[in-house]
Write a protein that binds this ligand. Structure first.
Ligand SMILES: [Zn+2]
Length: 65
């Protein structure tokens, strides 16, 4: 399976939606851990990179450099 390519400022959909009902997350920090921010309520969470790769469903908006 090909690895999903994601980067800072991309908007992604996760396999599980946030309890607020939204399922659009913006990547706001990249590193060993990935910080994503819910576009619905503004809540942000920190997820280990490996786990993020498993939990992310698809990239909705690819940020242009
Ligand atoms: Zn939310």
């Amino acid at each position: 399976m090909e690895e999903k390519q994601f980067g800072i400022n991309d908007v992604v959909e996760m396999k599980k939606q946030h309890p607020c009902g939204a399922n659009r997350w913006k990547i706001i920090r990249m590193g060993m851990d990935i910080r994503i921010k819910c576009e619905g309520c503004g809540h942000s969470v920190l997820i280990p990179r490996k786990e993020f790769g498993r939990k992310m469903k698809k990239i909705l908006v690819k940020h242009e450099e």
